[in-house]
Design a protein around this ligand. Structure first.
Ligand SMILES: [Cu+2]
Length: 155
C-alpha cells in the first residue's frame, strides 16, 4: 500500500458514517490494546453488506502496522490455532462478524508506542472490485476471554 493511497483514505476517515461507498457498512470496529513490547494485536468489527451482490475483502492495511492479515481462530484437536485466510466474503444482504475466537484481522508489526484504550487505529479494507473502505477502530482493553485468544493453551 503506497502512501498516496493512504493520504486519500485518511481524508475520508473523518466522515461520521463509515460507509460511503454504498453497500458495505462497518460497525463496532475495535482493536485490542497492546501490553508494552507487544507488536501484534487483533482488530474486530461487524461488516454488513446491504447490496445485491456479494463483496469480497481481499486485503487490509493500516499505517500504524507493518502488515495486516485475515485470520480465523479454529479448534484443532481441542487446541485453538489461527489459520490465515486470503479473503473475507460478505454475502449480499449478509454480514460477517470479526470477533474474538473467530475471524479477526491480525495487526502485525506495531509502529510507535503501545496502543492504549481510547487510541484510534485507521484501517483500510481493499475490495475485489477495486473499491476501498476505511474505518477508524477504537482501541479497547481486552475482555478477559479475548485476552486468552492468542495465547497458547496450557493444560
Ligand atoms: Cu490471528
Amino acid at each position: 500500500m503506497n502512501s498516496k493511497v493512504w493520504g486519500v483514505a485518511l481524508l475520508f476517515s473523518g466522515f461520521p458514517m463509515f460507509s460511503w461507498a454504498g453497500d458495505l457498512s462497518i460497525q463496532d470496529a475495535w482493536v485490542r490494546a497492546t501490553p508494552p513490547n507487544m507488536q501484534t494485536t487483533a482488530a474486530y468489527m461487524v461488516i454488513r453488506n446491504t447490496g445485491k451482490a456479494g463483496k469480497t475483502v481481499v486485503g487490509a492495511a493500516s499505517p500504524m502496522f507493518a502488515r495486516v492479515e485475515f485470520h480465523e481462530t479454529v479448534q484443532q484437536g481441542g487446541v485453538a490455532g489461527m489459520v490465515a485466510r486470503d479473503s473475507l466474503v460478505i454475502d449480499a444482504g449478509g454480514q460477517v462478524a470479526l470477533k474474538p475466537g473467530g475471524y479477526h484481522m491480525m495487526l502485525i508489526g506495531l509502529r510507535g508506542k503501545a496502543l492504549q484504550a481510547g487510541d484510534k487505529v485507521p484501517l483500510m479494507l481493499q475490495l475485489s472490485d477495486g473499491s476501498q473502505e476505511t474505518v477508524s477502530a477504537d482501541v479497547r482493553a481486552a475482555p478477559s476471554a479475548a485476552a486468552q485468544e492468542h495465547q497458547h493453551h496450557k493444560h
